[in-house]
Design a protein around this ligand. Structure first.
Ligand SMILES: [Ca+2]
Ligand SMILES: [Ca+2]
Length: 638
């Protein structure tokens, strides 16, 4: 079944490529970067065989070649440059010749662009707890350009909506076409599953022959997949989103690449990949990374084992590879004016590489943030992978994680009956461990994603459960993200495969019988769901307490969980009754947060209640109340 061997490649002068094509990575750079160093990776047949003096930079004030590095493959040259502060934009020209073969002078040109304005203001703003992220998978969201659905010169030539495992033709123009919808829902940021080129054939997975429609099988880090619309469509999307105040989050994968990545055809050195004598899967056991009792063997398998046979695991300890990837992240951020990153398979990557990546991004873009996908079950494990208060030898500098422990706890709170450590108590106890995070508000919370059963199905297709879940999502601490379709009650379990939770958004594709992007295309219950999300997202957006305020939670009593979000401007009380019996709250029981207030306004219905009376919290419901002082007519303002 294996299509390639797991032994180091043998290099030869003849293994390379049909054409004598020159590739330079990065393909351009900028003046005025904080880091004056730039490492060019030049790929051309035999370029690595030239003598040091055979490559030189045409005189360019402020720019100097510090050194050149050769690797095992003769077809690469790494050129280390410094670009001094004050250097002017222009074109760097390198002349070189293969004196060994002939005396022809050849030329490489590297555009050096002026530094972009608006870093941290109009782009690279970072994602914070004031944001509400909409996660979508472009192939499954909307097909805005039927002309780019498939290409005869790519390895997977099919777009077929009848096949859940095939590409469906959705693209970035489809996202652009529905920015109105995303804004109506109240989202402030869009996280797209990866848009990088995935020129992979169909691969055999347990579900069958699967395409790279999800985007996680990179084949060229510097290309946007042309089935997404390529670089032009990506830039157009960013401009359109920014024009509306929406931020864009790019999804990165550093752990692995697709086996058809161009670099696999001619690796600079076999040590760019974590090879094993025989195929070795990762254990997925992140404990081996932080466990003080772990064996080196287990750690190596976790970190250097492969995800699946068609995704070679990158050796991120290789400094040339690390620089290549870090510069790519900076190049992407600057070129496409991204606002933040989501980093896939975070726990499987070399931790030193990750810290260097985060530090390099932050150096150039001080406001940028990244969310690491650390699929873990415990708060300690989650904290280990981001900025934390743990006394451990390796300290992560990641701004925040995708908070799986809180996700699992929210779902358990809705599904399971209250017990000493079960049901809603699990959410309380999970949040009680926030002391381990440097900044719990920087974590991203969610009810489902593209790798999980859809929330509405998990909620038993029960609208009360849906409301409680959305209520928690939009009032608890952190950065909420919603998975596309949750707002219109899209459902399914990952059975028989995860393609079931990645179905096409109804109305996003030509010929769809219903257009659920429009109120008129949605059923009554779908409109109620959509409007509930939109209403609460609107309340949240305008609320300092719900976005950036502190959290105070009271120990749940039976199934009743009461918590406050508050700051010196606003106090919001949330009461979630997960029990099957009605409960009531007496506001004086929460005096330390309620004593300076007289009334409570239900943020959904607008009804006003007096704090001097008890309030019923019906079974299986959440109430979100903004506390108000009585109008003070005689108060003298100085
Ligand atoms: Ca298309
Ligand atoms: Ca790995």
């Amino acid at each position: 079944m294996m299509k390639f061997i797991f032994l180091p490649f043998l290099f030869s002068f003849f293994n390379a490529f049909a054409q004598n094509e020159i590739k330079i990575y990065p393909s351009n750079w900028w003046v005025g970067m904080k880091n004056p160093h730039l490492q060019l990776m030049i790929h051309e047949k035999n370029i690595g065989t030239i003598a040091k003096d055979d490559i030189f930079l045409m005189k360019y004030p402020g720019v100097k070649i510090e050194s050149i590095q050769k690797v095992k493959s003769p077809n690469y040259l790494f050129v280390n440059l410094t670009i001094q502060p004050g250097t002017k934009p222009g074109k760097l020209e390198f002349d070189y010749s293969f004196h060994k073969y002939d005396n022809t002078i050849k030329k490489i040109v590297l555009p050096l662009l002026g530094s972009a304005l608006g870093n941290g203001k109009s782009y690279a703003r970072g994602i914070n707890s004031s944001d509400f992220i909409y996660l979508l998978m472009p192939d499954r969201f909307s097909n805005g350009d039927p002309n780019n659905d498939h290409y005869a010169n790519m390895r997977d030539t099919v777009a077929d909506r009848r096949n859940p495992l095939a590409r469906h033709g959705g693209d970035l123009q489809g996202v652009i076409n529905h920015l109105d919808y995303i804004q109506q829902l109240g989202a402030t940021a869009i996280w797209l599953t990866p848009v990088i080129e995935n020129d992979m054939p169909l691969e055999k997975e347990s579900a069958g022959m699967v395409s790279g429609y999800h985007g996680y099988w990179f084949t060229d880090h510097y290309e946007i997949d042309k089935r997404m619309g390529g670089k032009e469509a990506y830039f157009k999307l960013v401009v359109a989103a920014h024009g509306r105040g929406l931020k864009i989050i790019q999804d990165a994968v550093y752990n692995h690449i697709g086996s058809e990545h161009w670099i696999m055809k001619d690796l600079p050195d076999s040590n760019w990949i974590n090879w094993w004598p025989a195929y070795q899967n990762t254990s997925h056991r992140e404990q081996a990374i932080f466990d003080i009792h772990a064996s080196a063997k287990d750690r190596e398998i976790m970190e250097a084992g492969w995800f699946v046979p068609h995704l070679p695991d990158l050796n991120l300890r290789n400094p040339l590879l690390a620089t290549y990837l870090i510069q790519q992240a900076i190049w992407m951020t600057q070129t496409f004016q991204l606002d933040g990153w989501r980093v896939d398979t975070y726990k499987y990557c070399d931790p030193i590489f990750l810290n260097n990546l985060n530090a390099a991004l932050e150096k150039e873009f001080p406001n940028i943030t990244s969310l690491g996908e650390a699929t873990v079950n415990s708060v300690a494990a989650g904290a280990y992978f981001c900025r934390n208060n743990l006394n451990v030898p390796w300290k992560s500098n990641l701004t925040g994680i995708l908070d799986f422990p809180v996700c699992y706890a929210m779902l358990e709170g809705l599904k399971k009956n209250y017990g000493w450590s079960d049901g809603i108590m699990r959410l309380y106890t999970t949040l009680a461990e926030d002391m381990l995070y440097k900044d719990p508000l920087a974590n991203c919370i969610f009810l489902d994603n593209h790798d999980m059963d859809r929330f509405y199905s998990v909620a038993g297709e029960n609208f009360a459960n849906f409301q409680m879940g959305i209520g928690l999502l939009l009032t608890q601490r952190g950065i909420p993200h919603l998975y596309y379709g949750t707002e219109i009650l899209m459902k399914n379990f990952k059975n028989p495969s995860d393609a079931m939770v990645r179905e096409d958004f109804p109305g996003g594709f030509a010929g769809d019988p219903k257009n659920k992007f429009l109120e008129s295309g949605r059923t009554d219950s779908e409109n109620i769901a959509f409007n509930y999300v939109a209403r609460l997202a609107g309340v949240r957006k305008a609320s300092s307490a719900l976005t950036t305020g502190a959290l105070m939670q009271y120990i749940p009593s039976k199934g009743l969980y009461v918590y406050f979000r508050y700051d010196n401007k606003q106090t919001v009380l949330c009461a979630l009754n997960s029990d099957t019996l009605s409960a009531s709250i007496h506001f004086e029981n929460y005096k330390e947060r309620t004593q300076s207030f007289e009334t409570a306004k239900d943020v959904i219905t607008g009804s006003i209640y007096s704090l001097s009376e008890k309030m019923d919290i019906p079974a299986r419901s959440i109430r979100i109340l903004e506390l108000k002082k009585r109008p003070t007519a005689n108060k003298v303002v100085h």
